[in-house]
Design a protein around this ligand. Structure first.
Ligand SMILES: Cc1cc2nc3c(=O)[nH]c(=O)nc-3n(C[C@H](O)[C@H](O)[C@H](O)COP(=O)(O)O)c2cc1C
Length: 355
């Protein structure tokens, strides 16, 4: 049976697909929601109209509830000119050496304007919306609640859990240090906010009475059951779905994930200017010595976009951001619907074993 939080949203199975910008697609989200779980779509990179279009695509594929997820960012960004020039020169030289014809360019904007994305999300009116990288304002939380959109705040530390609770979030998404993709930390430096999911879950469960959605290194039903035993309402899985045919991850990225060892996974700042977990590949090793000289998110993310596009088109997984969590060795490439069925079966068996 799903928790009361999930039941309130109309979700019938205890599983959440993590939002994954650049990898989640309307087809993946709908496949999970149609299987009874709660599909989440990471729309943080999308322009407002594209957010509305993707929400319409999801609705064309499912009547079940889903989540939209945004990065909470300022509307305008600091431009560190020396860092930008250094990054452009470094990236252009790197692409030339790797035989890629692409070169960096200066985009019109470094990222979509958050307030416009937020307005589009409100208009799209998903059952729930989740947010990472920072807190919303109280007015934004009020706006979501007026529209009956449940508010899920992401936290990587106990202080962040408390901050979302005080703001009136309906549920907290815990991102353990094991998690793939960008770290959502906003009150602490990423290196100080590497709390493992076991620790974070127990700390949060003692501190707040809100529903907890637990993510980071959960790849099978045993992990889902363990998260629930530790106090989670439900587990949230990202990496587990990356190699599904419905995922937008480039084929070379999917292939590399199936060969990855736990020791190949590290925290990387050089792709986007913000700490994120993924595979240590050729690009990551080449940039390791200059990470601290690169501009911060989203400027660096925009500057590496031509490189990542060209590398993906050339099938060069070793040059793209291959985000994944620490338990990627448990990956099972299969259609999302089949994966959800397996996960739920494993979870049931694990819980019965405990009983
Ligand atoms: C490719 C990828 C993209 C991600 N994009 C987002 C995102 O847009 N928003 C977000 O809140 N979290 C994002 N995350 C983090 C996930 O929501 C979640 O915390 C993580 O996948 C859980 O750990 P796991 O990958 O080990 O399952 C992303 C993770 C991955 C792997």
């Amino acid at each position: 049976m799903p928790s009361s939080f999930l039941a309130r949203l109309g979700v019938v199975q205890p599983l959440v697909l993590a939002p994954m910008s650049g990898a989640s697609t309307p087809a993946l989200v709908a496949a999970v929601s149609n299987s009874g779980g709660l599909g989440s779509h990471g729309v943080g990179y999308l322009a407002p109209q594209a957010i509305l279009d993707d929400a319409a695509r999801i609705r064309a594929l499912t009547d079940a509830p889903f989540v939209l997820n945004l990065f909470v960012l300022p509307d305008e960004f600091e431009e560190d000119e020396p860092a930008i020039e250094f990054a452009r020169a470094t990236l252009d030289t790197f692409m030339e050496r790797q035989g890629l014809a692409a070169r960096t360019s200066r985009p019109e904007r470094w990222a979509p304007r958050f307030s416009d994305q937020f307005a589009a999300l409100c208009e799209a009116r998903p059952a729930a919306a989740s947010f990472t990288f920072n807190l919303l304002t109280p007015a934004q939380v009020g706006e979501l609640k007026r529209r009956d959109i449940a508010v899920i705040g992401s936290a990587t530390t106990l202080d962040e859990v408390r901050a979302w609770a005080e703001l009136g979030a309906d549920a907290i998404s815990l991102q353990g240090a094991e998690a793939g993709g960008h770290r959502g930390s906003f009150l602490h430096r990423p290196e100080d906010a590497m709390i493992g999911l076991f620790a974070l879950l127990r700390l949060a469960a003692r501190a707040v009475s809100l529903p907890l959605i637990a993510g980071g290194g959960v790849m099978d039903g045993q992990g889902m059951a363990a998260a629930e035993v530790l106090g989670a309402d439900v587990a949230q899985l990202g990496t587990a779905f990356l190699a599904c045919p419905e995922s937008a991850a480039a084929q070379a990225w999917k292939d590399d994930l199936t060969r990855a060892q736990d020791t190949d996974i590290t925290t990387i700042r050089s792709f986007s200017g913000r700490a994120a977990r993924g595979l240590r590949n050729t690009y990551v090793e080449a940039m390791a010595g200059v990470e601290s000289r690169l501009p911060s998110y989203p400027v660096m993310n925009a500057l590496t976009s031509p490189l990542r596009r060209a590398a993906a088109a050339a099938g060069r997984g070793d040059l793209v951001s291959e985000w994944c969590g620490q338990a990627v060795g448990l990956l099972r490439p299969m259609p999302a619907r089949e994966l959800v069925a397996r996960l739920l079966e494993e979870r049931m068996q694990a819980l019965q074993g405990l009983a």
